[in-house]
Design a protein around this ligand. Sequence first.
Ligand code: 5AD
Ligand code: SF4
Ligand code: FES
Length: 348
Amino acid sequence: MNKIIEKAKLTHELTKDEILMLLENDNINEELFKAADYIREKYLGNVVNLRGLIEFTNICKRNCMYCGLRRDNKNLKRYRLTEDEIFDFASKAVNYGYKTIVLQGGEDDYFDVDKMTNIVKKIKSLGVALTLSLGEKTYEEYKAFKAAGADRYLIRIETTDKQLYTAMDPGMSFENRLECLDNLRKLGYEVGTGILVGLPNQTLDSIANDILFFKEIDADMIGIGPFIPNADTPLKDAEGGNLTLSLKVMAITRLILPDINIPATTAMESLAPNGRIKALQSGANVVMPNVTEGEYRKLYALYPGKICTGDTPSHCRGCITGKITAIGRSISDGYGFRGNSNVNSHDC
Ligand code: 5AD
Ligand code: SF4
Ligand code: FES
């Protein structure tokens, strides 16, 4: 088993069988986390990239079985930020020192190409990198957002098991999801994807395929989170994912894609106190604190127990800075594009 980890550290290549062995064996977990931490430091140094996350609409036309924002959930008060509110939250985030803004929302057709391109241009005028996470759009729409200045796009594949994908995301097409990722790449975005860990009927075999998929498409960013059952969804009685397996998937991903951006996800910390810190010490190099204000935070209810819903952007900024510096890391002052680190510059 040590040999597999050593091989991954040296070559950044693993076969499916090797990935499966790592996933199946829990005796090697600490060693795996240490190896991922070592590779993260070797390629990206000790800086952590922060992204300020604006959750700008919780209205969604999709019906994903696991998600609290699904259209059939009538127990959720819906909201849409105005363009002014979005710009206001983005400006404040810049004042807190964020160099990247992430605009995330449900698939809400109110925000059409004209509205989105306006918002993109306004935020870009603040001199930040901008990531969009708005779900499946057409090639032309992605092209318009890119032309307006968007730098990156996040769209998780959620699972590469087509049968499971179809069961989890009713009415959605796995092929279309792949095409979205392909289109984003062709348009020159930095492309982020990822999966949920612990979906009902998800196997370790399918997770091994997911990890190979990240490598195959050479993703620039991979977000991995445990699935947390939501009482307002059909999967309310499901078991859900656990932190350890999510961390393992993340650590293996770091070993085979050494220079990409990997966030310590909010869902990890929602499952376990300091889950994000454990993630930062197991291969992650990014944190995405919420910069949305007021009651919107708790209304962006993907899953229960989401951290920071009662906190302010200013509190979260201080909180995360404290946690990051307490483990001997520092906050990056760069834009945080792939492979961008302070190795051999600020730290020498
Ligand atoms: N638990 C954890 N993550 C979830 N997401 C949606 N619902 C849940 C849940 N119940 C994730 C999906 C989506 C991202 C925005 O939130 O992976 O891509
Ligand atoms: Fe909508 Fe995304 Fe939730 Fe699916 S996961 S219901 S697309 S917000
Ligand atoms: Fe929000 Fe710690 S990051 S309270």
